[in-house]
Design a protein around this ligand. Sequence first.
Ligand code: MN
Length: 426
Amino acid sequence: MTPYPIDETHDAGRTSWVPGADGHSDFPIQNLPWGIFSLAGEAPRAGVAIGELILDARAAMPDVAALSGPTLNLLFALDPSERIGLRRRLSAILSDPAHRESVTAHLHRAADCTMHLPAAIGDYTDFYVGIHHANNIGRQFRPDNPLLPNYKYVPIGYHGRASSIRPSGVPVTRPNGQRKPPSEDVPSFGPCRRLDYELELGIWIGQGNDLGRPFPIGEAQRHIAGYCLLNDWSARDLQAWEYQPLGPFLAKSFQTSISPWVVTAEALAPFHLAQPPRPEGDPQPLPYLWDEADQASGALAIDLDVHIRTRAMRASGAAPHRLSHGPATSMYWTVAQIVTHHASNGCNLSPGDLIGTGTLSAPTEDGFGSLMELSRGGAKPLTLPDGETRTFLEDGDEITLSASARASGFVSIGFGECRALVAPAS
Ligand code: MN
């Protein structure tokens, strides 16, 4: 099913000559995520994270044309076999000490670099495949019937806004918009009162498909270049008033934050799991969404975390507080099913398109992926360790998403941070 082999680049025994890489929780040599970085006064270019350093990939491999641009779109457009070849070459360069002398000059401290969006994102689509999230949210509106009848047949999604996607570290400005709580007869325009985050995985599209030419699910993995963390900031009061009948619009389009490192599909080869079986009585997916190999290996062994740090916590030097922790296996549809469905009508996907999975909540409260769920729609405030309470986000709050992939016998790899501070409405 997956075209991505487990090879010497995943070997737990492989070490790097780069100081601090071995044992690094996110970026050991088994990861090698791609990103776009810049040094002060220099143009953005392709890099690879290794420990606390960034390898200037273009300087280290000047013959690779796909690394010549200011984005990774050309790299994403490569055939998977070419990306696998690049990974093996990078892994050899950073593990064999014979390369140390020539490559050291191309390593930069990540702390001295600025990270940019990894790709020119042509289109962004957000799905809704987190089954526990869909149940939790649906139950707030329809206690007896949380899932609509299409949910178990159709991977539900909507077209998001690509222009407002920003990398980790860029603050999110509280949006203004129309608010109409049930207690008020008419809407008013002003700052969002129910600002929320959504914990999601982002999927980077690799090779695209031509308009009018869908692909079978057995080929879906070939169209996936890699993954990131994605925070689908959500203005719940704006959303509740505007979403019918066409779905999310201004409640979501003000900003989406992503982690800047692309953890490649090839790096994640060892971290695949069987898709959890559908509950008894659920319908069999239609044939175009069904693939036995995908069911056997289409889920991802990734653990996800959300932390909050308020202004008061920063002032007192308190550590970020974990809001949730849970696995990414709560997806009712696999990544292959999502991507296949997206193109099934002939819609063309392009290298550098971004897809969100939808909020990934665990079945239990300690893994709920949004404040809407944790605070029961604002009815049950959370108490933080310093005594502050929250139903939704306040100005000065900082939200950080993080994740790591784990599998027995392999070195865990991480995603880095997706972090942003809430700035006051303008
Ligand atoms: Mn979302």
